[in-house]
Design a protein around this ligand. Structure first.
Ligand SMILES: [Zn+2]
Length: 114
């Protein structure tokens, strides 16, 4: 299982074969083979898995829903407006409850609760 991988991560770290839980756009793809960097933790999925993910994501037309929006302000809070087509896709309405998960310094996940 732990065969040496002849190439390295873009950060220069060593890669180790591993199995990782894969999720994209809220779609679970289960445990997949990946090469994981022992230094920065980057995960590299194999071509086959990437193709499969791309196909499913395209089928569901999720890429097409991606939008760039500006953050506005309301009182002390910042407001992120959800475009109507994304609201419709997620089933979010006025007064829906969502949960916010800061995933990283530049990533916020929004989970629809009700
Ligand atoms: Zn790395």
């Amino acid at each position: 299982m732990n065969k040496e991988i002849p190439y390295k991560c873009t950060c220069g770290g060593e890669l180790k074969r591993s199995r990782v839980e894969v999720e994209f756009f809220g779609i679970e793809f289960g445990l997949r083979d990946a090469e994981v960097c022992t230094r920065c933790g980057s995960e590299y999925l194999d071509q086959e898995t990437m193709k499969e993910i791309e196909t499913i994501v395209k089928e569901r037309n999720i890429f097409g829903l991606e939008r760039k929006i500006s953050v506005t302000k309301s009182g002390n809070s910042l407001v992120i407006r959800i475009p109507p087509e994304i609201a419709e896709y997620l089933g979010i309405h006025y007064k829906s409850v969502v949960q916010l998960f800061p995933m990283d310094k530049d990533r916020l996940e929004v989970k629809v609760v009700s």
